[in-house]
Write a protein that binds this ligand. Sequence first.
Ligand SMILES: Cc1cc2nc3c(=O)[nH]c(=O)nc-3n(C[C@H](O)[C@H](O)[C@H](O)COP(=O)(O)O)c2cc1C
Length: 186
Amino acid sequence: MPGTLILKFHPGYVPSKVNAAMTAAVEGLDGVETVDMYALYPHEEQLKAAEDAEIERLYQADRLCVQFPIHWFAATPRAMAWQDLVLNRMFFTHKEEGKRLKGLPFFVAATAGQGKDTYRPGGQNLYPLEELLRPWECTANQSHFAYEPPFLAYGADDYDDADRERVAEEFAARIKGWTATKPEAN
Ligand SMILES: Cc1cc2nc3c(=O)[nH]c(=O)nc-3n(C[C@H](O)[C@H](O)[C@H](O)COP(=O)(O)O)c2cc1C
């Protein structure tokens, strides 16, 4: 069974509801592994110490989803630290390591507290969320990953139980469909 790896970066300053529901909806699916990176590495130094293991984890994956809540219009700090440590090594200082991930299918799953209408020209947040997430597309391009459109959930701070369930089901459907596809040979 091909492996879909979901690296979740939720810091839990405020306990997660939406991302937690998304994780619950995909946990236990065949061929899907979710790693709660903040739970695993409460301190950034611990992630640094586990660099080799995190690179090995990527080698085992056929597809990669990076999941986080939007904090200050960007990814959460540990997601950035993961880029700085793991991707920087694989795609800058030890480029031969990164070559093994060429063509890795990749997408970002992000939840935003504010509504979609705020993420537009003239709206409170000025730009579509897709535009604010362009650095991840650049990251994928730099890393020779196969970038796919992000999974985005807006207005997450106003969800009721039914909204959370709907988003969790949509996320699970995307992950299931993705996991069922055969990765292209590198
Ligand atoms: C420190 C912090 C910064 C945040 N910044 C943003 C932001 O820039 N834009 C936005 O739409 N929501 C923002 N939010 C709201 C979160 O994105 C939202 O609460 C989260 O996506 C909901 O998912 P969860 O229930 O899994 O935490 C922020 C929340 C926190 C705690």
